[in-house]
Design a protein around this ligand. Structure first.
Ligand SMILES: *Cc1c(COP(=O)(O)O)cnc(C)c1O
Length: 365
């Protein structure tokens, strides 16, 4: 790593969080590792969650599923989103489970040689994204798929407001329960809980939870999960400016006094978005304001006390929780970590030691 900007992923914390949530929910554990495990690196997070007891991994697309297979994961693997009928053989050859979400999808797959394909049925209970909306549609799908020799292994729905509205969650759950009962089929996997529902919602029907964000210690309900993620850079230049001088593109910041300005090698091309202007980062004991516009590759911060070149700067982590950064930016932690670009090296901690430094973009140098 030549540039001192990195995203640190604590695999010990992820393991601990899997165990804690499993204990609280009392259900089988499906780890949601879509979008390269929310930017954290799918295969390393995958190994950690499986080691901690996860029985299944879920991703968003066939591409993501095949990447995990290519990286050596050979356990249960579910695609939560849409898969095309013409890719039926890829699913079967790689033992990947697909989601049936509409009558058209079922028709297209049943026109292929889909015997033996593993499928979960998706029920739309109010999210209005994908999924069957009525018991009649579900019954028809079930009959068609079984007649085609599909292995109907699961049924699931997705809550829209697990972090905010118990009433909405209850309403969605009732619709889901009604559908599962009406189908009267021995599904091996019945799942509705995302992270927040996994630790806050009790039901007698589902036997697995689907956990994404709480793998990393982020939860609307629990404070006993371990924060697993942090991001750092290092000051590489410090200068003094005089009152009246401006900083950066557009000259949007003017020094009011003699000020110490440090430059850090992080910018919007790393996912450190321009809206960070005016927020603070943490430079070894001192909160420092981001002054002037965030550039593509560099950002200037005002040091309240002198810090030398090489000083560690926390973007988020123990002193600036990811949740706080997200609130400041009027977004959610998911978006911040998913936007950390491929340019940023991922550093993995295991048994309290750094075990790996991944940056696929640097593989050719
Ligand atoms: C992303 C996703 C999850 C995980 O949600 P978290 O809030 O991160 O736990 C679960 N189920 C589905 C269908 C998803 O798309």
């Amino acid at each position: 790593m030549y540039r001192d900007t990195w995203f640190e992923i604590d695999l010990d914390a992820i393991r601990a969080n899997v165990r804690t949530i499993r204990r609280i929910s009392g259900k089988k554990f499906i780890a949601v590792l879509k979008a390269n495990a929310y930017g954290c690196g799918d295969i390393r997070v995958c190994r950690a969650v499986v080691d901690a007891g996860a029985e299944m991994v879920a991703v968003s697309s066939l591409e993501e599923a095949l990447v995990l297979r290519g990286e050596g994961y050979d356990g249960e693997l579910l695609i939560l989103g849409a898969t095309k009928a013409e890719d039926c053989n890829k699913l079967k050859d790689n033992n990947i489970t697909a989601t049936a979400y509409s009558a058209d999808w079922v028709d297209a797959f049943c026109a292929q040689d889909c015997a033996g394909l593993k499928v979960h049925l998706k029920v739309d209970t109010g999210m209005n994204r994908i999924g069957f909306r009525t018991v009649d549609e579900l019954r028809a799908a079930k009959e068609k798929l079984l007649a085609a020799g599909v292995s109907l292994e699961g049924i699931f729905t997705h809550f829209a407001c697990a972090d905010s509205s118990r009433e909405m969650t209850d309403r969605q759950y009732l619709k889901f329960a009604e559908a599962v009962q009406a189908l009267d089929y021995p599904f091996r996997w019945i799942h509705c809980d995302n992270s927040d529902a996994s630790v806050s919602f009790r039901d007698p029907l589902s036997n697995a939870c689907r956990v994404g964000i709480s793998l990393y210690g982020i939860s609307a309900f629990r404070d006993d999960l371990k924060p697993a993620l942090s991001m750092y850079t290092r000051i590489f230049h410090v200068k003094k400016v005089q009152a009246g001088e401006t900083i950066g593109y557009g000259a949007t910041y003017t020094a009011t006094d003699e000020e110490m300005i440090a430059t850090i090698p992080i910018g919007y091309a790393d996912g450190f978005v321009r809206a960070n202007q005016g927020r603070k980062v943490f430079a070894e004991g001192a909160l420092c304001e981001v002054v002037g516009r965030v550039c593509m590759d560099q950002t200037m911060i005002r040091l309240p006390v002198y810090r030398p070149e090489g000083t560690l700067v926390e973007i988020f982590g123990p002193h600036i929780p990811l949740e706080k950064m997200a609130a400041d930016l009027q977004t959610i932690p998911y978006e911040i970590i998913c936007l950390i670009s491929s340019r940023v090296t991922r550093i993995y901690i295991e048994n309290s030691r750094k075990i790996a430094e991944d940056n696929p973009r640097l593989s050719s140098i």
